[in-house]
Design a protein. Structure first.
Length: 252
């Protein structure tokens, strides 16, 4: 099953890159066959350069995020799924759990971050609007990487890894990622126009606000995902799970 999943992921990724390359060629003006061939070659080189640069940037970010995630994810997932208080969740977090979980967060980040950035850059070569690119990005990323996401989630909770459950909660997760991608495109474009950042600090602030806003906008679907991921024998009733205090705790 793992081999099949990997083949499916590779196929989807290849489709993204080919589609992006073809769309990027639509921007070249009509000219002689020789100039068109040269332009196509330059466009392809530029596309591949940007894609691999994005992958390298994603790999760098993956290392930093893995350290933070090893500490935060076990805590957040307990708030989300078990509906614990912060104190109860914190009481379950030990150095052994964090250090062992880092062995999961690092290799999975080395898959997830570069794939996200490569899809993102690949779609930037299309004529799609930013919000629509975000929707496509969210759908493709979730579909390709959900087994990795669910593997990591179950490791953070100390639950058994079952191959049949690696695509568990697909609908709420893909909906969350699509809304997140759309919101990131819309909010990012709005802030870039409204604030016109021209320094590294200003751009970092705009980026941070964009990510924060996109997370908040897509957070109801994250609650839906958490509700779906509950073990059948410990599943909370709908009314108890979706209390406002629980939502505020897990989202905040």
């Amino acid at each position: 099953m793992a081999r099949v999943a990997r083949r499916g992921s590779s196929g989807l990724t290849a489709v993204v890159f080919v589609a992006a390359a073809l769309c990027s060629l639509q921007g070249f003006p009509s000219s002689s066959p020789r100039s068109l061939a040269l332009a196509a070659a330059e466009g392809e080189a530029n596309f591949l350069t940007k894609v691999f640069a994005a992958a390298a940037q994603g790999a760098t970010a993956a290392m930093v995020a893995a350290l933070l995630s090893a500490i935060c994810e076990p805590l957040v997932n307990r708030l989300l799924v078990k509906r614990m208080t912060v104190a109860q969740a914190y009481a379950e977090i030990t150095f052994k759990l964090v250090s062992n979980f880092f062995l999961t967060t690092f290799p999975t980040n080395m898959l997830k971050f570069p794939v996200f950035e490569m899809i993102n850059v690949g779609l930037s070569f299309t004529s799609l609007a930013g919000s629509l690119r975000g929707i496509v990005n969210g759908f493709l990323f979730c579909t390709i990487m959900l087994p990795v996401t669910n593997y990591r989630f179950r490791k953070s909770m100390g639950w058994e890894i079952k191959p049949a459950l690696l695509y568990q909660a697909y609908i709420p997760t893909v909906t969350r990622d699509i809304i997140y991608g759309w919101a990131r495109g819309v909010v990012g474009a709005y802030l870039a126009e409204a604030m016109a950042p021209d320094t590294f600090t200003a751009k970092a602030i705009v980026f941070g606000i964009t990510i924060w806003a996109a997370c908040i906008i897509s957070s109801p679907c994250n609650e839906w995902r958490g509700y779906t991921l509950q073990p059948a024998d410990k599943k909370l009733p709908f009314g108890e799970y979706f209390k406002p205090i629980n939502y505020a705790r897990s989202t905040g």
